[in-house]
Design a protein around this ligand. Structure first.
Ligand SMILES: Cc1cc2nc3c(=O)[nH]c(=O)nc-3n(C[C@H](O)[C@H](O)[C@H](O)COP(=O)(O)OP(=O)(O)OC[C@H]3O[C@@H](n4cnc5c(N)ncnc54)[C@H](O)[C@@H]3O)c2cc1C
Length: 321
């Protein structure tokens, strides 16, 4: 059973482009629905071409929402459009700050359930989403039973983004009704973390360090190795909590989900909460002095050794090339 119409949240990056997560979800939406449309809390001009190239035929745009909370206005506009008769079978967004905010408010306005944190969806026999639980050790399948529209949110990297070659999507403005007191909230500042090199969740190579590094200053080894492999540095929660690196470096259940071509885990034990964020990587290399460390259970290549000896040797070998 293909659905007749699906709406996908066209989330914008701080630079104003269509976010990778929206492109990933569009790839899946195309597969399960005859018509795919996107909605955005902007005037739509920055997303029409890319959304079209990824299979959307229409952009439902609220108009510029700069300085306002996306969730309040986008959810109100979508609910009004749906109540006026333009209801899709399914509404999809990323498990992101804006995606969650929009979906939560929409769920209340429409009195429809929202299922978050999913990694897959199937529409063969009703709309069924797959959600990892208990740190990713179990998968639960849940079927929507409350009628259209179903609202489902997906983790980053659940699907592979792929262009389908369509022309620019047509931009249609959707009216934002009066949002009352909720609409009064203003966004007065936005902090964009300064980074050099590729982004952690987009990098082809991730070099991650854990408590086995021993002390904060040793994270330099991770940064140097990441740099020489043109990759991004990552971290376990243990060293984020210890204040060695910022939270934006954290890989795992409560951090980022990464699926690079190569993931190097140095001095990381391999707790399930860490592995749920990196076990989809194509090639996993683990360096740990404990041969029994759980990380070796998912590693394609394991090095039993001291990170303080192995990492400098690796750097030396790379620099010699
Ligand atoms: C609700 C919840 C959510 C969580 N979310 C996350 C998450 O998103 N991401 C995450 O990472 N964790 C998360 N955790 C924490 C997780 O359970 C682990 O505590 C954490 O991942 C451990 O980090 P670690 O591997 O760096 O440290 P440790 O478990 O202390 O492991 C250090 C490893 O380094 C090795 N080692 C020590 N010295 C050396 C050396 N010189 N050379 C080589 N190896 C050495 C040790 O053998 C050991 O295996 C979460 C926990 C909870 C309860």
């Amino acid at each position: 059973m293909a659905l007749s119409k699906v709406w996908v949240h066209a989330e914008l990056t701080p630079e104003g482009n269509l976010a990778p997560i929206s492109l990933e979800i569009l790839a899946k939406a195309r597969e399960i629905a005859d018509t795919v449309e996107v909605f955005t809390g902007s005037d739509g001009s920055a997303v029409a071409a890319t959304a079209g190239a990824h299979g959307a035929t229409k952009v439902l745009a609220t108009g510029d929402l700069s300085g306002k909370l996306q969730g309040v206005h986008v959810a109100a506009a979508l609910a009004a459009a749906i109540e006026a008769g333009d209801a899709p079978d399914l509404i999809l967004a990323g498990t992101t700050y804006d995606g969650r905010d929009i979906a939560g408010r929409l769920s209340v306005k429409l009195d429809k359930p929202v299922l978050t944190n999913n990694v897959d969806i199937d529409v063969t026999d009703g709309i069924v989403v797959t959600t990892p639980i208990f740190g990713g050790t179990q998968l639960v399948k849940t079927k929507f039973a409350a009628g259209a529209p179903a609202i489902a949110l997906f983790r980053p990297k659940s699907f592979v983004a792929e262009e389908s070659g369509g022309g620019a999507a047509e931009v249609t403005t959707i009216a934002v009704p009066d949002t009352g007191a909720a609409g009064a909230a203003k966004m007065i500042d936005r902090h964009v973390e300064e980074t050099t090199g590729p982004k952690l969740d987009e990098a082809a190579v991730v070099v991650a360090g854990g408590r086995g590094l021993g002390e904060a200053s040793k994270f330099e080894l991770i940064e140097d190795l990441a740099k020489s492999l043109k990759g991004a540095p990552g971290a376990s929660r243990a060293i984020v909590d210890a204040g060695w690196v910022p939270y934006s470096y954290q890989v795992g259940q409560t951090g980022k989900v990464v699926k690079p071509t190569v993931y190097i885990a140095a001095g990381i034990s391999g707790a399930t909460q860490h592995m749920v964020g990196m076990k989809g990587s194509k090639n996993i290399i683990a360096i740990n002095k404990d041969p029994e460390a759980p990380i070796f259970g998912v590693a394609d290549l394991g090095i039993v050794g001291d990170v303080h000896k192995v990492l400098p040797k690796l750097l030396e070998a790379l620099q010699a090339r």
